[in-house]
Design a protein. Structure first.
Length: 251
């Protein structure tokens, strides 16, 4: 058990490292920008700079990181709001795929919603997804067709209706990490959900946390996931904070 437990000093050093990495984002990320538009991101600095080939998840992750570290202005300048608006508008017109996963699966959807929430561009959640004609061989996620022509906000509601199950990616079950990002986005975008939804998510988070604690306590190395355990705890706290900040909503 001791081998899988982080000491307080180790946790503090990891937090300091995270803060240090955040301070260098303004110089670390620009090489990944497409050279022509200097707004969207590619997967590697060595890749061809084709603005039509937007890496949706890389761009969303980069915007989240820059927003959380307060470095958006360092990369986009004084017109950061206009730049971010163009980014999300362009993303709305490309297919949402990553790592050969089905189009419009929970991973890019969750990252995009949270990025919009963190960047805080007014009206951005109302931009509608305009999926281009897809190759017949491109696999589509369960809600992919339903999301065509819908706004980011409407897509969030589509995935929320059947969450946490809808947050599964491919054949993998829903993870506390994606659930945390999704809940944070839903709350940050002020998506109106009934009390029953919040209670369902809280119940799932509690059960997931209990399961992960049991696996870690048993030192079941083949199945335990300390990161999932920590994120389930973070999700529970995020749900608690959302509950405190909101008035009771009737179902």
């Amino acid at each position: 058990m001791a081998s899988s437990t982080l000491t307080l000093d180790r946790q503090r050093s990891l937090r300091a490292l995270t803060k240090e990495l955040g301070e260098t984002l303004a110089t670390d990320l620009p090489p990944f920008l497409h050279k022509e538009d200097k707004e969207t991101f590619r997967r590697l600095p060595t890749e061809p700079s084709d603005p039509g080939d937007i890496s949706v998840t890389v761009t969303a992750s980069s915007l989240m990181a820059l927003a959380l570290s307060g470095k958006l202005k360092s990369v986009y300048g004084d017109k950061q709001a206009e730049s971010c608006q163009r980014v999300f508008e362009r993303i709305a017109g490309v297919k949402w795929t990553s790592s050969a996963l089905p189009e419009c699966n929970a991973f890019p959807v969750t990252l995009l919603l949270r990025a919009i929430s963190l960047v805080g561009v007014p009206g951005m959640a109302g931009v509608k997804k305009k999926t281009p004609p897809l190759d017949p061989e491109v696999r589509r996620a369960e809600h992919s067709v339903e999301c065509d022509g819908k706004s980011y906000l409407e897509i969030g509601k589509i995935f929320a209706k059947s969450s946490p199950e809808s947050l599964a990616v491919g054949s993998y079950p829903t993870t506390p990490v994606i659930a945390y990002w999704f809940v944070d986005a839903i709350d940050g975008l002020s998506v109106s959900m009934p009390n029953s939804w919040w209670l369902k998510m809280a119940d799932w988070a509690a059960k997931e946390f209990t399961r992960q604690v049991s696996l870690v306590a048993a030192d079941y190395s083949e199945r335990m996931d300390p990161i999932a355990m920590a994120m389930a705890a973070c999700l529970s706290q995020r749900l608690r904070r959302a509950g405190i900040q909101k008035k009771q909503r009737p179902d």
